[in-house]
Ligand binder design. Sequence first.
Ligand code: AMP
Ligand code: GLY
Length: 416
Amino acid sequence: MKILVIGSGAREHTIIKALRRDPEEHEILAAPGNAGISADAEIVGLNPANPKVVTEFAVTSDVDLVTIGPEAPLVSGVANALRTAGVAVFGPDKEAAAIEGSKSFAKDIMASAGVPTGKAWTVSTHDELTTALDAAGAPYVAKADGLAAGKGVLVTEDREAAIEHATFYLQHGDVLVEEFLAGPEVSLFFVSDGHRIVPLTPAQDYKRAFDGDEGPNTGGMGAYSPLPWLDEGFVESVASTIAQPVVDELAQRGTPFIGLLYCGLIVTDDGVKVIEFNARFGDPETQVVLARLESPLAPLLYAAATEVLESVEPPRFSDRCALTVVLASEGYPENPVTGREILGLDALPDDPNISISHAATAWDGSDLLATGGRVMSVIATGATFADARESAYATLERIGLEGSHFRRDIALRVVS
Ligand code: AMP
Ligand code: GLY
């Protein structure tokens, strides 16, 4: 298959590497990609968020399948344009992607579909904000309604801090005040063809910047999979009470969801509840989910894109332990320092249990530079989480990037 992967993160690099492991050999193109991706795919220089540009390229290049990684092109309608032109695309139209792009839309869908989630108040003024915060009580949860790259959410005991955070985002649009949900978080992805769904495998993301879940929220600093502490039947239950009702509701509204439905969940004492949906693979959870994928990826994505999900075998996963640790630039997430050289990758020993997916990297002549906040994901697999952690952290110690930081406690809670 000739496949175009849209995006430039470690998620897209991981998707490309998984496609490369399929029994069938694919021709893989990436736009805009990054330095690491350029070793695994042909880089195409185009604006990935421009529907017309992407569609023209896909049509004239006879691309069989387009896979869209990030949310921005989905929300800007890249999938709509491709689908209208008859190109198979894994990624929802913008109307369905609004389940990620607008938190109040997601709440509306959940209310209609009877999906369990926290109580929420959509506010647009300072007065509404303080009334909602007082109704919700501490800890306070305030979220920007639109896309904010994982940084629009503040969870705090401090009412003034919640007001300050929300006031900033109120300049750009609505804010959601939400009931605080207590319990461990789970990310569970479903592939949907608009009507049918198949689950991938649960993962847990580490959203805070520093060890012990301290510091600000980030796009994600690490992840692990599987989650040995989940109840049996968890996946089936989320499929039937959350993912399928949401996919059915979107189909009923005439905006079928074709792509990856990311369910961000909290396992509360009162059952599993949704904290967010995303309309795309999660980053960095994809790094650990696909590390355990044993069945071919392209046929799965293609079957969803062409609305015949029942025609492929459901995804199969190994029972190995996978974890990923994100190497971040100094100052991430607030003010990442960029342009510094990354050292040591060439000298890493060949280890089949280790894989590195690049995020913000670029070549400057023969120097590899860090160009953003989350620089790369080190992914390790092992028979146990202890083994996988040892491999991942030994690798990170060998990578040099001045001022960089990473969390040292990824998957520590599941080391027995
Ligand atoms: P979101 O972008 O909605 O996934 O929120 C980012 C992070 O904030 C989540 O992963 C949770 O750790 C936390 N969070 C969001 N909403 C809630 C909530 N209602 N209760 C508790 N924690 C939350
Ligand atoms: N890891 C969180 C996300 O992809 O949104």
